[in-house]
Design a binder for this molecule. Structure first.
Ligand code: SAH
Length: 392
C-alpha cells in the first residue's frame, strides 16, 4: 500500500477523528501514488495514524479507518451493514416506507459514498475516485445485507465525481436492472426517476419536514415553490389543503409532480402546476393569495466562494414570499447550501422580513433527518436548514 507522510503537527485533526486530510498537511507521498488509491497515513514522527482514499485536490485523503492497525478486509461491508441496522432501528423500513438514505458519507463513516434506497433498488453516488474504484465491491455488499431485500444496484456518479479525475464514469446497473421506479414514503407513492432525475432521483432529506408541513396544510391555500417531484405538494394534499399550486422552472419536474399527484389523488382537482421561474411567479402572486408557502430552492451557494451571492438569493426569495403571504400565514423556508451556516441563513431571512415590513416569528427550526446523520467530528456534514415562520 502506498504511503502518505504528514507535516509536523498536522495529525491533530485526525486525533479528533476528523475524516479529511487537506493537501496542505502533506509533507510527501510515495512515488507513483494515484488518485483513488487506498493509502496509509503517517505522522511526522513516522507513526501510522490512518488508512484512507487518496485524491488529487484540496481534500487529499478521505479516512476510512483511524489508528495503526491494518484496515479490515471487510470494512466496507461491515460499515454498510451498520448503516442498515441504524435505519432499521430508526424504523424507516416499513410496508408504508421503503425509501431512505442508507449511507450518508462521513455521517456513516464512509466518506465519499452516498446510497439511497428505493424499494429493492439501491442508487449509489461516489464523490471520490476511491469509492468509484470500489463500486463493484459496494454493490456486492449492498445485495448481501441480511434482510435488506436489495436486488438492483444502479451506479450514478457522472455528476458527483471530481471531473478532473477523468474517470469516465458510466451510469449503469452494476447488479440487476430497472424495476419500475416506484417508492413509498410514509404511505405516499412516488415515481422516482433515478436514471434521469436530479441527484439519486428524490430528495429523501425533506421527509420529516414534509410530514410537518402536512400538519399545517388543512384548509390552506398552499404554494410549493421549487417543487421538483412534488413531495411537499403530495403531503399538503393529504393534509387537507384547499388548493395546492406547484412551481418549478423545469418542465420535467412539473411533469413528475403531476404524475405523483395523480398516483396518490386520482381525479382530485385541488392541484395545479406552473412551469415558471420562481422569482417571476412570486411577482405575479396577489397579496394574501396563499396562506402557506414552501421555499425549497437548489443550493444558492455551492461552495465558499459563492456565499455572498447565495445569501443575496435567499434574502430576495424570502423577501418576495414575505411580501405576498397572507396575514397570519406560514412559510417553510429552506437552504441546502452546506457553505451557508444556520446563523447566516437566519440573518438573510431576518433581513428579508424587515425589508418586507412583516412581523415574523420562528415556529420550528428544521434540519436533515436521522438517515442523514452528522458525525460530531465532521460538522461539515450538516447542510440542510429550515425555518417555519409565522407571519403577521
Ligand atoms: N422541494 C423539492 C426539491 C427541490 S430541488 C423536494 O422536496 O423534492 C430544486 C428544484 O428547483 C429543481 O427541481 C429545479 O428545477 C428548480 N429550480 C431551480 N431554479 C429555479 C427557478 N429559478 N425557479 C423555479 N424553479 C427552479
Amino acid at each position: 500500500m502506498k504511503k502518505v507522510f504528514l507535516k509536523p503537527n498536522k495529525q491533530e485533526s485526525i486525533q479528533r477523528n476528523h475524516p479529511w486530510i487537506f493537501s496542505g498537511a502533506i509533507a510527501k507521498a510515495d512515488e507513483g501514488i494515484e488518485e483513488g488509491d487506498l493509502v496509509e497515513v503517517f505522522d511526522a514522527s513516522g507513526q501510522k495514524i490512518a488508512t484512507g482514499h487518496y485524491q488529487i485536490g484540496s481534500i487529499a485523503v478521505r479516512i476510512l479507518d483511524f489508528g495503526a492497525k491494518p484496515m479490515a478486509e471487510n470494512l466496507l461491508y461491515e460499515r454498510i451493514c451498520n448503516a442498515f441496522n441504524l435505519r432499521e432501528n430508526l424504523n424507516l423500513i416499513r410496508e408504508d416506507n421503503n425509501c431512505y438514505r442508507l449511507v450518508h458519507g462521513e455521517g456513516d463513516f464512509l466518506p465519499g459514498l452516498v446510497v439511497d434506497i428505493y424499494g429493492d433498488t439501491a442508487v449509489i453516488q461516489a464523490h471520490s475516485a476511491g469509492m468509484h474504484f470500489e463500486r463493484y465491491k459496494i454493490a456486492e455488499a449492498l445485495v448481501n445485507i441480511p434482510h435488506a431485500g436489495i436486488r438492483n444496484v444502479y451506479y450514478k456518479s457522472d455528476t458527483t465525481l471530481p471531473y478532473k479525475a477523468n474517470l469516465d464514469p458510466r451510469n449503469d446497473y452494476l447488479i440487476g436492472n430497472f424495476n419500475g421506479g416506484e417508492a413509498v414514503e410514509n404511505g405516499l407513492v412516488f415515481n422516482i426517476d433515478w436514471l434521469k432525475g436530479q441527484k439519486t432521483g428524490f430528495f429523501i432529506d425533506q421527509r420529516e419536514n414534509r410530514m410537518l408541513l402536512e400538519k399545517y396544510a388543512k384548509q390552506k391555500n398552499v404554494l410549493n415553490m421549487f417543487c421538483y417531484t412534488g413531495g411537499f405538494s403530495v403531503y399538503a394534499m393529504r393534509g387537507g389543503a384547499l388548493r395546492v399550486d406547484s412551481v418549478d422552472s423545469s418542465a420535467k419536474a412539473t411533469a413528475i409532480t403531476e404524475a405523483n399527484i395523480k398516483i396518490n389523488f386520482p381525479g382530485d382537482d385541488r392541484h395545479s402546476t406552473f412551469t415558471e421561474d420562481a422569482f417571476k411567479f412570486l411577482d405575479n402572486v396577489l397579496l394574501g393569495q396563499y396562506d402557506l408557502i414552501i421555499l425549497d430552492p437548489p443550493a444558492f451557494a455551492k461552495h465558499r466562494g459563492t456565499i455572498k451571492n447565495g445569501l443575496i438569493g435567499y434574502r430576495k426569495l424570502n423577501y418576495k414570499a414575505f411580501q405576498k403571504i397572507k396575514k397570519g400565514g406560514t412559510i417553510f423556508s429552506f437552504s441546502c447550501s452546506q457553505a451557508i451556516t444556520k446563523d447566516m441563513f437566519r440573518m438573510a431571512v431576518f433581513t428579508a422580513a424587515i425589508q418586507a415590513g412583516r412581523k415574523v416569528r420562528i415556529l420550528h427550526q428544521l434540519t436533515q433527518p436521522a438517515d442523514h446523520p452528522v458525525d460530531i467530528a465532521h460538522p461539515e456534514g450538516e447542510y440542510l436548514k429550515g425555518l417555519v415562520l409565522y407571519v403577521e
